[in-house]
Design a protein around this ligand. Sequence first.
Ligand code: BES
Ligand code: ZN
Ligand code: ZN
Length: 477
Amino acid sequence: MSDDPMKCDRLPVDDIFVADGTAGLQIPIWTVEKDASLEALPLSPEQRAWIEGVGFKGTVKQQTLVPGSDGRIAGVLFGLGDGAAGEPSGPSELLIGQLPQSLPVGSYRLANDARDPNLAAIAWGLGSYRYARYKSNSTPRTVSLRLPQGADRDLVLNTIDAVKLGRDLINTPASDLGPTEIEIAARDLAARYGARIEVTVGDELLAKNFPMIHAVGRASPRAPRLIDLTWGREGARTVTLVGKGITFDTGGLDIKPSSAMLLMKKDMGGAAAALTLGHMIMAQKLDLRLRILIPTAENSISGDAFRPGDVLKSRAGTTVEIGNTDAEGRLVLADAMALADEESPQSLFVFATLTGAARVALGPDLPAMFTNDDAFAAEMVATSAGVGDPVWRLPLWPGYDAKLESPVADINNVWEAPFAGSITAALFLKRFAKKAQRFAHFDLFGWRPLPNALGPRGGEPQTARALFTVLAKELCR
Ligand code: BES
Ligand code: ZN
Ligand code: ZN
């Protein structure tokens, strides 16, 4: 176990991709669509007999090692199926992420041109990820790929590096990742890219008027804080990312049952997504004025915990009656969003593991997106599916806005009825984004419950790759 694997933990590039200038042959991988002819492949009659004998048909993820006459592995056939949306859903290049797990140790190359070489290489890198911090005897398997022809090396490596950061943060248990460690990760990132960073900690939150971040975090001995990072050219388009950084969510006094609490180390998945996206934006030097705001706290229980029925005054001035202490994410986000809104950013994006209801509606693999911008929504739905990081739009339905009314305060933090929980949460947030031109909120799960081609079971900073792709495209217009 290393001491602080998050700090300066760089991508082991030479394990994932064959190092530049490496001599020697790489084993060819032929990707094959279902029932496609193998005629054009440079195979001997013996090898063809072998392939027929083992029944290779090119079905999804079907893999066959092809022996050479010397008994070594001469090539690999890998099935891409018939293009029907499978898992992970998206273009068939994504399936290539399966290979680093299933191939024997060695170095490989893609023998036929990938339609999208960047996506193929990114899939390989994402599929290579393992979280081994607490494994005493883990020896990494080196299964490396020659970067496919036409792939953009920087884009590929930066994407994989950024997603690794987000996954590592989510996977780290709360015992080793509290608000302080989120701050360390943000400071590391700022130092790496020359960003400015300011952090407001503990009681200072009261002095600087972030009362709800303070209230949610004050029961924990680990002081809550607000991280504020800025980077990029003054005068460029302004993009502000706000990420929910609850490092553990007990539910507070409205305590969660054990089954619901089990995975709550991932309740900083929004912060991880914001940092992942920020990492990609800075590494790829997108011409944006970037701001990342992370309100981070542990929603804990003690005599000092905030209570059901309390009324909090928010940064924006709105008073909030606490209907449920487990709806804490929207409280810390509201104060951070109020700060973001003060400078009227052109885009305000919020990332959060905000509601169980979003999961009920769309399941773990499909984050819910709420936005006031129809063109952006359409672009996001299409682009996100194309890169294997899908989102689906749900409505900011104004008809439910009144459900947040409170008899004692300006607003309640929940609607008690068991309906439309992710919509009412989004409507709560929207009240704190008054001046931002384009507002979007992503209610994500932040977790892959079962392994697939893009990674093992565990943390996933969903929506970061999708939004990066859209923002990069927008700059070309
Ligand atoms: N962090 C949870 C939401 C969550 C739960 C996300 C499970 C992903 C998986 C959030 O703070 C929460 O507890 N929300 C409550 C809100 C309710 C009290 C109105 C929820 O969704 O149950
Ligand atoms: Zn909660
Ligand atoms: Zn939460």
